[in-house]
Design a protein around this ligand. Structure first.
Ligand SMILES: [Cu+2]
Length: 170
C-alpha cells in the first residue's frame, strides 16, 4: 500500500516537471521570436539585404531615390536606347526601392513611340503604356522582393533593354 502511494506521488512530480518543461520551452520560443522581431524592426539586421544590394550596385542604397528619370534617344538610324536622366548612360540599370511605389518618368523626344515594360515575373507586367513622339509618360510599381529583373521597350526589345535592381530603401 505504502509503495503504491509513493509511486503515485512520484508520478505526480514527474508530470509537474514535464509541465514546467513545456512552459519553459514555450516561453523560450515566444521570447526568442520577440527578440528576433524587435531586432529586425530596429534595423540592426538591415545589413543582411543591404549587403546584397550594395554588392549588386557598388553604390550606397541610401542615395537612391524612388523617382527615376529616363529619356529615349535615336543613337543611329532607327536604333533607339533608353537614356538615364541623371548621368546620360545608355540603357542604365534602374534601381528601385523595395515595398515603395517607385515612379519612372520618361521623356520621348524621338519621332516614334515607345513603351517601357518591367519583366517583373508577375501576371500583369508594370508598363508605361504607349509614349507618343514628343510627349512623356511614366511607369509606377511597388516591388515586393529583392532581386534583379530586366526591362525593355515593347517596340524595340533588342536595343532598348536593361536591368532593374530592387534594393532596400534603408
Ligand atoms: Cu522603344
Amino acid at each position: 500500500m505504502v509503495f503504491v502511494y509513493m509511486s503515485k506521488i512520484l508520478e505526480g512530480r514527474f508530470h509537474l516537471i514535464m509541465e514546467s518543461r513545456n512552459i519553459i520551452y514555450i516561453l523560450t520560443l515566444v521570447l526568442s521570436t520577440l527578440i528576433l522581431s524587435s531586432l529586425w524592426d530596429s534595423g540592426i539586421l538591415n545589413w543582411l539585404p543591404r549587403k546584397l544590394a550594395l554588392a549588386a550596385n557598388g553604390k550606397d542604397a541610401s542615395t537612391i531615390s524612388k523617382a527615376t528619370q529616363l529619356s529615349t534617344k535615336e543613337i543611329k538610324d532607327g536604333v533607339y536606347n533608353w537614356i538615364s536622366g541623371s548621368n546620360g548612360a545608355s540603357n542604365p540599370p534602374l534601381r528601385v526601392i523595395l515595398n515603395v511605389n517607385n515612379t519612372i518618368k520618361i521623356k520621348n523626344p524621338t519621332d516614334t513611340k515607345h513603351e517601357l515594360i518591367i519583366d517583373s515575373g508577375t501576371d500583369v507586367l508594370p508598363s508605361s503604356g504607349d509614349i507618343n513622339p514628343n510627349s512623356s509618360g511614366q511607369l509606377s510599381f511597388t516591388p515586393n522582393a529583392i532581386g534583379t529583373f530586366t526591362y525593355h521597350c515593347a517596340y524595340h526589345p533588342y536595343t532598348m533593354k536593361g536591368i532593374v535592381q530592387v534594393v532596400t530603401g534603408k
